[in-house]
Design a protein around this ligand. Structure first.
Ligand code: ZN
Length: 256
């Protein structure tokens, strides 16, 4: 991906995983309810406003919106954000993980893209929504959810690259400390990826490539006259600076 060597993505995974585990005891609900969703939504919308976007009245729903059963959430691209109804159950396989917070941020980003952009779910549209989700979360009290999301994206990338290179995906266990629940989910996705490598690779293009946009923080500025369309990624990039990311050292070229 991009100009970064695989070993560097592994290195980032190690650092971000250590950081995530250093939080220790973030109290995540076993079952999500609408009030919790509204609280996240309000923070996320305010974060958009602080970055120069107009105020939007967005609704949250805990329910299905033509969701495939493995989708975490969705948006109607106009005014509503949905979480998979399974989040309301303590039995959901993602129960207790902060992924629902980043899912709300991601879906709100789709609402801000609006139609017809959002409806046309191309790779660029997904990339932008994901990068914005991470960015807005860094600008709220849910910074931990942004860090968890980055950890999960790095985990997916290292796992898929391992499989692409003939491994079975378990390389990640050498580099991260995972909970029993996570191990169960990762095993499931490894098995799926080994069978469906092409579709699995598409996941990288749509959801992991945004990290590249963030690491290349001058991307936003280069194209950035229209701030509503392109993001500056400064808040998220500061995170990578904090963990010692030096783009001039690690990227094949140095953007200035
Ligand atoms: Zn999306």
């Amino acid at each position: 991906m991009g100009g970064l060597a695989f070993t560097y993505w592994v290195y980032l995974l190690v650092i971000v995983d250590m950081l995530w585990n250093s939080f220790g005891s973030i109290d995540m609900p076993e079952a999500v309810n609408k009030q919790m969703m509204r609280e996240v939504l309000s923070e996320v919308v305010q974060s958009f406003e602080r970055n120069g976007f107009e105020t939007r009245n967005v609704d949250v729903e805990l329910g299905f919106y033509n969701l495939p059963h493995n989708a975490l959430g969705a948006s109607d691209c106009e005014r509503s954000v949905f979480l998979n109804a399974m989040w309301a159950s303590e039995e959901y396989k993602y129960s207790g993980m902060p992924l629902w917070v980043s899912t709300i941020a991601h879906e709100v980003a789709h609402v801000y893209q609006g139609n017809p952009v959002c409806w046309n779910a191309t790779q660029d549209v997904e990339n932008e929504a994901e990068a914005k989700a991470i960015e807005v979360l860094f600008n709220t009290k849910y910074e931990y959810a942004a860090i968890y999301e980055i950890r999960d994206l790095l985990r997916a990338y290292v796992m898929i690259e391992d499989i692409r290179n003939g491994g079975d995906g378990t390389l990640i266990y050498h580099y991260m400390k995972v909970s029993d629940t996570e191990r169960y989910i990762y095993e499931e996705s490894m098995a799926w990826c080994r069978e469906n490598l092409r579709e699995c690779g598409r996941y990288i293009e749509e959801y992991v490539e945004p990290l590249m946009l963030i690491l290349d923080s001058s991307y936003g500025r280069a194209v950035g006259a229209d701030k509503r369309k392109y993001w500056l990624y400064d808040d998220a990039y500061k995170f990578f600076e904090r963990i010692g990311f030096d783009k001039c050292q690690w990227l094949s070229k140095c953007w200035e």
